[in-house]
Write a new protein. Sequence first.
Length: 95
Amino acid sequence: MLAPQDRSLLVSFFPPASDGGRPILSYTCEAWTVDLPSAVAANGTAAAPPVIMGGLENGRAYTVRCRAETLIGHSVWSVMSPAAVPGTERITVCF
């Protein structure tokens, strides 16, 4: 799940059910602009979800893919997420 924030996306996901016998050390995600899909716009790494993808442009659409890292290497990349647009989060305040 992607949660738009100011100039960033919060990437939330469930860790895999099995780590194949190798503990997962970290997760790496890449954000790709929808209008320029040939270049990675940002990278983010975290020891556990969520992963924060910072340095993005508000109002521009991005898709994200992630993979897990272990001592012996990394998993395959996930499928690309649906697009999300930083800076479009709506907050409702009730009094």
